[in-house]
Design a protein around this ligand. Structure first.
Ligand code: SAM
Length: 482
């Protein structure tokens, strides 16, 4: 029998099935234990610490008790604390990005994904470098600065050399004032050597969704192909870190397995990264299974409703306070609005989940990975964020200034966000307003910028931000490192 050990490098020991089962039993036994729940909620609260703030986070056992809790007032309190944590460490900024699908060739047999090898009616397509350039121009013309590249797993059609060439192409395109300043990568688990190549190519975060932490389900859901290997998939983040990538992004595809099991596994994975590498995940994504070509989400028994989904997001926020949280356009505007209140810090906008989708007039369905619920334009998303009190941010400064891994986490913990991320967000918003925004968005944006500039505590920082914004307005740009 495998033992539970967060420091172990073996998947079955750091995601230990027996420990998860005991955690779920403990959570079930304590779900109405109001005194214990209050104690856990109190532990999760952010606390002032000099000029900054600290938060202890929660263990997977504590967080699982909150997730199991059914007492309405306590759930409400969880939501309030989740928002407090978000505001303490990330402020009211929301970072924007878009996925870029490079290729849907795939040799895996994932039962929930339309790219699976046996799907013969989806059109297979892989972008040429000219097509990558055209997609990037279309994304730059919307105002995007940060991409997540996506590809199926296929060593022949999408070898690492192809991915690296695409990254080079993406960074080389500078259309009008456009620029992609951070490329995050969501490709299948790979070797340390390949992770080193990705690091050398200048990627931001390496993102890999675990899909499910339940080993037996994983084997059934991935019946064929390299992804069948649960251990290789689960240990990928350790190889990425060994290859020098210190920002990694976790995620579970909710709907495949019991959500309480997945949640405990996800928090244990974060604990493992912290225990072994000294830094937890940079981001956690919360995708839910969606309808897609050849895929009916009702085939899976574990779909979760919007209330449960919101509770999961809030509990993640409480458990890992310094980790960015991402919600994609898989979710509707209404769901995204709710999640923004419980800790989400990044959203995608105007996404096309098809290969070559950004250069098509109409939203193409023939190579789409899944149905997109939020189909608004980037400008509409930017305006909506401002209307709901958030600062849309296109900032990539941390990564460009080398503040990754634990250096980013210490910035987050030191409470310097208002002197650093906040002005950067305002400067990148100013760029967006001048270069891409519709008049109505511009008006709201400038009002927001003027209001928010006054919140920068340090005078010298505020002056620099004001000067830079004036330079952006006069089209006399410098390299502001954002
Ligand atoms: N091929 C890469 C891998 O194996 O991890 C990742 C790229 S894939 C384009 C990105 C993610 O889309 C997958 O990890 C999966 O979680 C998600 N996905 C697949 N099918 C989906 C569906 N029907 N609905 C929602 N998300 C889906």
């Amino acid at each position: 029998m495998a033992i539970y050990d967060p420091k172990s490098m073996k998947a079955e020991e750091f995601i230990n099935d027996e420990e998860i089962r005991e955690t779920l039993a403990y959570a079930e036994a304590n779900k109405n234990n109001a005194a214990l729940i209050d104690e856990i909620l109190d532990k999760a609260r952010p606390r002032k610490n000099g000029s900054g703030c600290t938060c202890s986070g929660l263990t997977h056992r504590e967080a699982s008790v909150l997730l199991a809790c059914e007492i309405p007032e306590k759930i409400q309190r969880m939501y309030e604390i989740a928002e407090e944590i978000k505001l303490a460490f990330y402020g009211n900024r929301i970072v924007l990005f878009a996925p870029l699908y490079l290729s849907n060739y795939c040799v895996n047999g994932c039962l929930y994904c339309p790219y699976h090898l046996k799907n013969k009616h989806i059109a297979r397509r892989k972008l040429t470098q000219d097509e990558v350039r055209a997609e990037v121009i279309a994304l730059q013309d919307m105002g995007h600065k940060r991409l997540a590249i996506e590809a199926g797993e296929d060593p022949v059609n999408n070898p690492i050399e192809y991915i690296l060439e695409c990254i080079d192409t993406i960074y080389s395109v500078h259309h009008k004032n456009g620029d992609i300043r951070r490329v995050n990568v969501n490709i299948a688990a790979t070797t340390v050597e390949n992770f080193r190549k990705l690091k050398d190519a200048g990627i931001g975060t390496y993102i890999l969704f675990q899909e499910t932490y339940h080993k037996q389900s994983h084997l059934k859901l991935h019946p064929t192909g390299p992804k069948h290997d649960y251990d290789y998939h689960t240990e990928a983040m350790d190889r990425a870190m060994e290859g020098g990538i210190d920002d990694v992004g976790l995620g579970v595809l909710f709907g495949l397995e019991l959500y309480k099991y997945e949640f405990a596994g996800l928090i244990m994975h974060a604990e493992h990264l912290e225990a072994v590498h000294g830094v937890g995940p940079h981001t956690i994504s919360v995708p839910r299974v969606k309808r897609a070509d050849d895929i009916d989400p009702d085939m899976f028994d574990n779909g979760i409703d919007d209330d449960t989904f919101t509770k999961i997001a809030a509990c993640i926020r409480l458990a890992v306070p310094y980790t960015g949280m991402i919600v994609s356009t898989r979710e509707s505007e209404a769901v995204r609005r709710r999640l923004l209140q419980v800790g989400i810090s990044q959203v995608s906008g105007a996404s096309r989940t098809s290969v070559g989708g950004y250069t098509e007039e109409e939203r193409p369905h023939d190579t789409e990975q899944f149905d997109v619920s939020d189909q608004r334009t980037l400008d509409e998303v930017v305006r909506w964020l401002m209307e709901t009190g958030h600062i849309p941010s296109f900032c990539t400064a941390c990564y460009r200034a080398g503040r990754t891994g634990d250096r980013f986490m210490s910035l987050c913990k030191s409470g310097q966000i208002l002197n650093c991320c906040h002005p950067n967000a305002l400067m990148t918003l100013a760029e967006y307003l001048v270069d891409y925004a519709k008049p109505e968005t511009q008006q709201l944006g400038w009002e927001m910028i003027h209001r928010e500039l006054s919140r920068i505590p340090r005078d010298s920082v505020r002056r620099v931000a004001e000067e830079n914004i004036a330079a952006i307005k006069s089209s006399n740009r410098r390299d502001f490192r954002f």
